[in-house]
Write a protein that binds this ligand. Structure first.
Ligand code: ASP
Length: 614
């Protein structure tokens, strides 16, 4: 078709704006042809833009030439329509769209652009017939035209804006930190950017603005935040993006409760942007409690906590059942599962997996025969209803035999931990398996009851890295130990029991973010580096600038970072992060649209002094 010029035409309304009150107005709409319906004398065009859809009519009897031109329109052509708004006959109201009581009777239209035949139709109602995700990502510009994607991106904007407004209202400044910085690995691998001017030297893309935000506190900015892109070259996983966005903040002189209040405030605002009134404050739970009650440092509060039931058995019973009497016996209750068949019982064990040190009692009914008193006590303690499923997890008696061979070993606490986490994993597996029975995971997206947030506090400071045979920072090396545990750090004594002023914000069993009160004393920071196995030389070469900065009047400070992508995904009710990131990469870290990464030219490599080994 012959294209028309736009000329000096200006749109008067967006496509979704027209209402009955606009009847008889002369309007100019511009947008995409969502759909064309040809009824002989009448042609109906649905014209679409970000705001919605309006129906445009072309009548052969009124204007035969215009009608003929409209017959040439195809999906996703771009047009400008001039015409008069007409109230529709009530029998033809379209209740599905807000503009459904009116239509525009076209007087003229201009064809501003054509479209090739599309790999898939982004317009309604065909959007249900989506091609596979690779095609959607290759033609992301078409995918983003779809109404659900437009809604997700709009929601993302609203959430980010709500967070910004809230934090700004609380006295936080949004301050940018560099994308081209120094390689200071925080756990993952860095993405590197070679320097042309200094051959052989590299910038790194930040895994987080951690040290910059701490330095902003040293500089006296008091309250910083940034909605910031972070880059981590981690192993590929289904729903992980190499670049992702964090709501990152830091504040001076805070008790950790102050940080919690700030986060509760902006999360409330973010949820409000999605129409959900989130109750705050969120519950707080120590790491030890979380492990004991949920067998996880990311407790999902939608289902009952686990219950320690060892005391329900007599010592003789424990021995007969070959349960280690020194370690926990944990009951898991999954509500409303109902009677299980023999076969369904058998399906539980594979969920537990191979755990040589732990024992599973999945058949509570059978246990009832020999241990009826214990079973009655356990039912009462767990508040089990008749149709609730109860299973028990305990430590295998044979594992603890070392006790009789030479007293209690120091790893006993680790064994406790192992029983709790084995039970915790099974608790979640059972919850997922019977989700359609207990329905605790259901709930609409507007339903505040579907979101269970909590703070997990007092994480251990160090984790023993079996492979490297050394202590590693459980959060990151800038996290402050509890003040009463400082002695142990300075003396390098009993590091496994040092608690950190570190905290996670968790929702429905997923971590939304984590943070900590930081170390503000140079002597403590040095000791932490040494405890982590860094020599003085290494510490100096990696973090020298920071250790130096700590010597110039560093105030106590702390902060946190939350994943924005995940928050938007949850609030959009989306299944994958890729549904809420405008231009995501695939699970294999490929951008399908621009086709990245790619090899670069010899000249570029030569300029950078880089030679690629094949
Ligand atoms: N920088 C940390 C992270 O990205 C968060 C924090 O401690 O503030 O996980």
């Amino acid at each position: 078709m012959q294209l028309d010029f736009l000329g000096d035409l200006q749109r008067t309304h967006t496509c979704g704006a027209l209402r009955a009150a606009d009847a008889n107005k002369e309007v100019v709409l511009m947008g995409w042809v969502n759909r064309r319906r040809d009824l002989g004398n009448l042609i109906f065009i649905d014209i679409r833009d970000r705001s919605g859809i309006a129906q445009v009519v072309f009548n052969r009897e009124v204007n035969a030439a215009l009608h003929e031109k409209a017959a040439g329109l195809r999906s996703e052509y771009v047009i400008a329509v001039l015409g008069k708004v007409k109230q529709r006959d009530p029998s033809t109201f379209n209740k599905n769209i807000p503009t459904g009581e009116v239509e525009v009777v076209a007087r003229e239209f201009r064809l501003l652009n054509e479209s090739k035949v599309l790999p898939f139709l982004p317009g309604e109602p065909d959007a249900a017939q989506l091609p596979n995700e690779e095609v959607r990502l290759k033609y992301r510009y078409l995918d983003l035209r779809r109404t659900p994607m437009q809604a997700n991106i709009e929601l993302r904007h609203k959430i980010a804006l709500a967070v910004r407004n809230h934090l700004s209202g609380q006295g936080f400044y949004e301050i940018e930190t560099p994308f081209m910085t120094r390689s200071t690995p925080e756990g993952a691998r860095d993405y590197l950017v070679p320097s042309r001017v200094y051959p052989g030297s590299f910038y790194a893309l930040p895994q987080s603005p951690q040290l910059f935000k701490q330095i902003l506190m040293i500089s006296g900015f008091d309250r910083y935040f940034q909605i910031v892109r972070c880059f981590r070259d981690e192993d590929l996983r289904a729903d992980r993006q190499p670049e992702f966005t964090q709501i990152d903040l830091e504040m001076t002189f805070p008790q950790q409760e102050r940080v919690f209040e700030v986060v509760e405030g902006f999360l409330k605002a973010a949820f409000q942007a999605a129409g959900i009134d989130l109750p705050a404050p969120f519950p707080r739970m120590t790491y030890d409690e979380a492990i004991r009650l949920y067998g996880s440092d990311k407790p999902d509060l939608r289902l009952p906590a686990m219950v320690g039931v060892r005391e329900c058995f007599t010592p003789a019973e424990l021995e007969k059942l070959a349960i280690d009497p020194g370690l926990p016996v944990v009951a898991i209750r999954t509500p409303k599962v109902g009677e299980l068949s023999r076969k369904e019982r058998d399906d539980i064990r594979p969920l537990f997996g191979e755990r040589p040190n732990a024992k599973l009692f999945e058949d509570f009914n059978r246990l009832e025969k020999g241990y009826s008193e214990a079973v009655t006590k356990i039912r009462a303690l767990t508040k089990a209803a008749a149709d609730d499923l109860i299973v028990l997890v305990a430590a295998d008696g044979s594992v603890a035999r070392h006790k009789s061979e030479g007293g209690v070993k120091p790893e006993v606490k680790q064994h406790d931990h192992a029983v709790y986490t084995a039970a915790g994993a099974l608790r979640i597996a059972l919850a997922q398996k019977y989700a359609d029975r207990h329905k605790a995971f259901a709930g609409g997206r507007k339903d505040a009851d579907s979101y269970h947030l909590l703070w997990v506090t007092d994480f251990p400071m160090f984790e023993w890295d079996e492979e490297g045979q050394r202590w590693a920072a459980a959060h990151h090396p800038f996290t402050s130990p509890h003040e009463p545990d400082m002695e142990k750090v300075l003396a390098h004594k009993d590091l496994g029991s040092v608690r950190a002023l570190a905290y996670d914000i968790v929702m429905n069993g997923t971590e939304l973010g984590s943070g900590s009160i930081r170390i503000h004393r140079q002597d403590v920071q040095r000791q932490i580096f040494y405890a982590l196995g860094m020599t003085e030389e290494e510490a100096k070469s990696r973090f020298g600038f920071f250790l130096e900065a700590l010597e110039y009047g560093t105030p106590p400070h702390g902060g946190i970072a939350l994943g924005l992508d995940r928050i938007v995904m949850i609030l959009a009710g989306a299944e994958s992060l890729r549904e809420v990131i405008p231009f995501p990469k695939t699970a294999k870290a490929v951008d399908m649209m621009v086709d990245a990464p790619t090899p670069v030219s010899e000249t570029q490599l030569r300029d950078l002094g880089i030679k690629v080994k094949s």
